[in-house]
Design a protein around this ligand. Structure first.
Ligand SMILES: [Zn+2]
Length: 343
């Protein structure tokens, strides 16, 4: 699109002829701070090669022209990358960015993984096979963090996946693979999994914090592979320190202890958690899992999907006792999380 053709499109937006969902931000004239008073004397001002130009008049209408790449706007449109555009022989594709206010980032989730293989094999697999992630955190005590896929492109890390209203999370997530050998003997308890060294946790925390800030990603959208694919994937597993990340770095979700204890008292006095569990209790729990974000079909029966989802939930929020069984504390933690992070 030629630069000179961009301007009529802005004008058309005033009359809703550009099929845009909302018109540009309209402001009262008295509230406008005009960098150049002469601009306000023009009836149909043209877009100039001045990033400082904030205001444009088109007929009687006044529009704010702001650089949405400005971090101070805190409008979920912060970008440090180059603008990707067509470069067509014979056409003047604008090298000046004329940012629309009607845009946001596609990155909505941060998904954490472990590779279950060592450093060299991880790098090979994630760069030379049909699987990838945006970032790879190695297991070495150094300052390296590897970028494998441009943040603006899709990486193949999530697979068939679901969280709350979203499916196929490769489309709108940043994937971070952490080199960790995972579950070495196939057991479910903590001792089957490998710990994450301190220097690796610090790298993960710094990277997730930066991504979450730049893309304004909600705490409830910073989750593990096991959360979005609980029937298929255990990673990042019960050794991953979600609670520490929340407490020490403000990353992701954690429940309020007081909410959990109150719910624990309530549910323990009203429900019986000894086997066999009643269909009504199972149904309540399944509805809560679904309400929180997991892809569970409430049926009232303790099926394989519910069991694996319960295990995934425990890996994240009650790792010290990850057995895939429904007990009062698991129920209470889930309830308190829904209260704190409603859809
Ligand atoms: Zn994974």
């Amino acid at each position: 699109m030629r630069l000179k053709h961009s301007i009529p499109c802005i004008v058309l937006a005033l009359t809703a002829s550009c099929a845009v969902p909302s018109t540009p931000k309209r402001v009262s004239r008295s509230s406008i701070k005009t960098p150049n008073p002469k601009e306000n004397t023009q009836n149909n001002s043209s877009v100039k090669n001045e990033n400082s130009q904030k205001v444009q008049r088109v007929g009687k209408e006044i529009f704010v022209r702001q650089n949405i790449g400005d971090i101070s706007k805190n409008d979920n449109t912060i970008s440090y990358s180059a603008v990707v555009k067509s470069n067509l022989p014979g056409y003047n594709v604008s090298t000046q960015y004329l940012p629309s206010i009607a845009q946001n980032f596609r990155q909505k989730f941060i998904i954490l993984h472990y590779t279950a293989i060592d450093d060299d094999t991880s790098l090979l697999a994630l760069t030379q096979r049909n699987v990838s992630a945006h970032y790879l955190i190695n297991a070495k005590e150094d300052n390296d963090i590897y970028l494998l896929v441009d943040e603006n492109k899709r990486a193949y890390h999530a697979g068939i996946s679901s969280w709350r209203e979203d499916n196929n999370l490769n489309d709108n997530s940043i994937g971070i693979e952490i080199v960790n050998l995972g579950n070495k003997n196939g057991g479910q308890d903590m001792s089957a999994f490998q710990p994450f060294p301190e220097y690796q946790i610090k790298k993960v925390a710094a990277l997730v914090k930066d991504l979450a800030t730049r893309y304004n990603i909600k705490p409830q959208n910073i989750i593990g592979h096991s959360d979005i694919a609980p029937t298929r994937k255990p990673d990042p597993g019960p050794m991953f320190p979600w609670k520490r990340l929340y407490n020490e770095y403000g990353i992701g979700m954690w429940y309020n202890e007081s909410d959990k204890n109150a719910e624990l008292m309530r549910i323990s006095s009203t429900e019986n958690f000894t086997e066999p569990l009643s269909p009504s209790l199972i149904l309540q729990f399944q509805k809560k899992l679904k309400d929180f974000g997991y892809d569970v079909l409430p049926s009232g029966s303790w099926d394989e999907v519910t069991k694996k989802t319960t295990l995934a939930f425990q890996y994240h929020f009650r790792p010290q006792k990850s057995d895939g069984a429904l007990d009062a504390e698991t129920f209470a933690i889930l309830t308190s999380l829904i209260k704190k992070y409603p859809k």
